[in-house]
Design a protein. Structure first.
Lengths: 199, 255
């Protein structure tokens, strides 16, 4: 029990480090093109989620032991994800519509959704789970928001960090409320898709 | 669990409020780092094959206060982001009596003819600043930064017409294949992206192939990841599913 409790912080830190390292690797690979950098980033996130999912969850005082049960049903969590995504988009839908053709949207949207889902699986999935076990859900939410803001730093710069941190906070909150990653992935994808129409 | 819910609700509310305040009506940045393809170029006079669906280019303007003829630094861009200009403090000089300066960027509906041997690629933009009230001309005392988007196809450099003749400017293209180029603009007048007449469009077989390889390469990665994730999930669920208890024929067996 004591050994498991001591091992947990190392694991949370390790997941955090791995996600940040994946983002750093992506930033380093950006000059080589979006294909390589995005592909490697996605593969790293998938590998992190995969490895962490396969690893047994040690019991800890913070989590009460084991995997946390989902607090919302699947349908309710999907509705929550749609609502949060809509709220994230709300401030910009009144802006000027871009002229990007709808016909080209679908493939791009599919790629954006998968990358968003991989990010959510790694951050609101593996990373959240480990920090919840080590410390508390509140720490997990804050750690997730910080990592979320940091991994977008190379692409969008410092100016976007506060907004990314705020969105990360909201998605972390959604994860804690729903007990699922699915609504976070839905909300994240919807917020991303808005860029096609209003960016 | 109740603690997690309470923390979650607080974070959700705080995050959404902060995000709404930080958006401030601006464009939504992506939260996943995927590049959004630029929207189609807006032509003032589109080629025949692009007339359908073309949207007219937009203009941009800004008004800056003037103090003793000194114009502070600032910038202006067109509503469609096809032209962006930045200038430092003192780059422009206004008449002493001027109270403000209005800077505009407008697509030129009837542009001057291109110099011989050169094609104008895309729109010609007229950049100007005027004093308010109009007590004299605003002059450019040093260069200012001008970024111009060019349409798909051939591009070599940005040219500037100061009222008399066109002249080529040292042009810096944006990295990563972005269709933008920048110059240190020497004055007010007309600016246009240009290419030598008859220059190849730039879309060689390798360029086109590279574009498709990149796009469909990402798609292939995405599909591959998705398939792997689904397979792993199915395997995981199978492992977790309770194995039916078989009747024991002999011995005590394993628990």
């Amino acid at each position: 029990m004591i050994q498991a409790g001591l091992a947990a912080p190392r694991r949370a830190m390790r997941v955090t480090g791995l996600v940040l390292a994946a983002a750093l690797l992506r930033a380093l690979l950006l000059p080589a093109g979006d294909l390589l950098s995005t592909g490697v980033f996605g593969a790293c996130l998938l590998a992190i989620s995969w490895a962490e999912r396969a690893a047994p969850t040690p019991p800890s005082p913070a989590s009460g032991g084991g995997t946390l049960p989902a607090a919302m049903g699947k349908v309710a969590s999907i509705v929550a994800g749609l609502m949060v995504g809509a709220i994230l988009l709300a401030p910009v839908v009144g802006g000027r519509l871009s002229g990007r053709p709808l016909a080209d949207f679908w493939t791009w949207a599919a790629i954006a959704a998968v990358i968003a889902t991989l990010e959510e699986t790694a951050i609101r999935g593996a990373l959240y789970q480990r920090w919840s076990e080590e410390a508390s859900p509140a720490v997990a939410i804050v750690a997730g928001a910080a990592v979320f803001a940091l991994i977008h730093l190379p692409r969008y710069g410092l100016a976007a960090m506060p907004l990314d941190a705020a969105v990360g906070l909201a998605l972390g909150g959604l994860r804690a409320v729903s007990g699922r990653v699915l609504p976070c992935a839905i909300a994240h994808s919807i917020a991303d898709w808005g860029a096609w129409f209003w960016a | 669990m109740i603690g997690a819910r309470r923390a979650g609700l607080t974070a959700l509310a705080l995050g959404l409020i902060a995000a709404a305040l930080l958006h401030c009506g601006g464009a939504p940045p992506l939260f996943d780092g995927i590049i959004v393809p630029p929207e189609p170029y807006r032509w003032e006079s589109p080629p025949a094959n692009l007339k359908n669906g073309n949207k007219p280019p937009l203009s941009g303007e800004t008004t800056l206060p003037v103090s003793n003829g000194q114009v502070p630094g600032g910038g202006v861009q067109t509503g469609d982001n096809q032209v962006i200009m930045f200038f430092g403090p003192g780059a422009f000089k206004a008449p002493p009596a001027a109270q403000s300066v209005k800077c505009t960027i407008e697509p030129d509906a009837s542009p001057p003819p291109a110099p011989s041997g050169v094609d104008i690629r895309g729109n010609v933009y007229r950049v100007n600043c005027v004093a308010q009230p109009d007590t004299g001309a605003v002059t450019v005392t040093s260069t200012y930064h001008l970024t111009l988007r060019f349409p798909p196809g051939a591009f070599q450099e940005i040219q500037y017409k100061d009222g008399n003749s066109w002249r080529a400017l040292t042009t810096l293209r944006a990295p990563g294949g972005d269709p933008y180029a920048s110059v240190n603009a020497p004055g007010f007048g007309e600016y246009a992206a240009t290419a030598p007449t008859g220059a190849p469009s730039g879309d060689s077989i390798f360029t086109v192939l590279g574009r498709y390889v990149e796009f469909y390469g990402i798609l292939a990665f995405v599909i591959l990841f998705g398939v792997i994730a689904i397979i792993q999930e199915i395997r995981r669920r199978r492992r977790r599913a309770p194995t039916p208890t078989l009747p024991r024929k002999r011995g005590r067996g394993n628990p």
